[in-house]
Design a protein around this ligand. Structure first.
Ligand code: F6P
Length: 371
């Protein structure tokens, strides 16, 4: 098999700390080990569809980017070459521009694509492979850590550090004012950030999408704490948390069927109910995109670097249609079709939830017994 001479690289979906580590590793490994050129596509798949949205990537472009959050290539969670939203005569229309993406790659001499993204971005990569035979290699990314084919995604560790700091800081002010503090964290369908930072930050209650909550159990927990002398409580709420029999708190519905609704207001909703039913003094903090920003932790820098190098090695070996991943501390790869569409959710009866329960953290579910 002839060696690939030029790789295209893009980062798609919501950004996260560690993306620049991947970009740097891909560029360095490609140049040093294989003398392959690397072209970066800007703003996710937009870079493959629209003209003048690519840049050559060499040592100069990746200098000093390792500790930087975000992605020097830009990202987009709206760009999908199979359903591109395009402005035409003042109107937004949706067009299939996937053939343009393939044509552009050919024009640029790109023989293989390394696509860094979450489930949505990697599904598109798989479609490009299936429909056009594009040579693609996926690199998993999401702060939510909800991709089942990899033990952990880079970005998650940094997000947990940021969220834990926030939970830590809320303790003192909660205690001073005898308040119930709610902190809303990211996690649409998977409550990993809330679970990990809630446990690390010593939260009293953690509400996650996988374990629907009862509001009366939450009030009972706060009152129990007061009875035993703790006149404040810290409640960590994942953005996708929902009451038993209820739905997520949605603030905006997407205009494309493949886009996800924007979540928001989950913590405020719980706080409003608690103050209405119990007259407790409640305050809400929404951490939002702070969790996606900032310098990546050493763990995320190293995971991003290892995955970037592994992706280049896979290209060199002709291992297309696969995604690199971390399994039991080793970097491996899996077929893309095995990697996408399968979410890794928190097991409500798994070891971590049971450990949290054992130390008195309440999930306010049917299984959380009243004392
Ligand atoms: O990356 C996933 C995620 O962090 C979700 O938890 C969150 O709902 C979403 O991104 C928000 O993304 P954006 O505001 O960029 O659309």
């Amino acid at each position: 098999m002839a060696m690939v001479k030029k790789i295209g690289l893009l980062t798609g979906g919501g950004d996260c700390p560690g993306l620049n580590a991947v970009i740097r590793a891909v560029v360095k490994a490609a140049l040093k080990d294989y003398q392959m050129e690397v072209v970066g596509a800007l703003d996710g798949y937009e870079g493959l569809v629209f003209p003048d949205k690519t840049m050559p990537l060499g040592y100069e472009q990746v200098k000093g980017i390792l500790p930087r959050g975000g992605t020097i290539l830009g990202s987009s969670n709206r760009a999908n070459p199979f359903a591109m939203q395009i402005e035409k005569r003042g109107k937004t229309v949706t067009e299939d521009r996937s053939a343009d993406a393939v044509k552009r790659c050919r024009e640029l001499g790109i023989e293989a694509l390394i696509i860094v993204g979450g489930d949505g971005t990697l599904k598109i990569a798989q479609e490009l492979k299936d429909k056009f035979g594009m040579k693609v290699v996926g690199v998993p990314k999401t702060i939510d850590n909800d991709l089942s084919a990899t033990d952990v995604t880079f970005g998650f560790d940094t997000a947990v550090v940021t969220a834990t700091e926030a939970v830590d800081k809320l303790h003192s002010t909660a205690e001073s004012h005898h308040r119930v503090m709610f902190v809303e964290l990211m996690g649409r369908e998977a409550g990993w950030i809330a679970l990990h930072s809630g446990m690390a930050g010593g939260a009293d209650v953690i509400l996650i999408p996988e374990i629907p909550y009862y509001i009366d159990k939450l009030i009972a927990k706060i009152e129990r704490r007061e009875k035993y002398g703790s006149k404040f409580s810290i409640v960590v709420v994942a953005e996708g948390a929902k009451p038993v029999g209820g739905v997520e708190s949605v603030i905006d519905h997407p205009d494309q069927p493949w886009q996800l609704p924007r979540l928001g207001g989950a913590a405020q909703r719980v706080a409003d109910e608690v103050s209405k039913l119990s007259r407790k003094d409640c305050r809400v903090t929404v951490l939002g995109h702070i969790q996606r920003g900032g310098s990546p932790s050493p763990f995320d820098r190293n995971l991003g670097t290892r995955l970037g190098v592994a992706a280049v090695n896979l290209v060199a070996q002709g291992g297309f249609g696969r995604m690199v991943c971390l399994r039991s501390r080793n970097i491996e790869s899996v077929p893309l079709e095995e990697a996408v569409g399968k979410q890794k959710l928190v097991d409500p009866f798994g070891e971590m939830v049971m450990a949290a329960r054992a130390i008195g953290i309440d999930f306010c579910s049917a299984s959380d017994a009243r004392e």
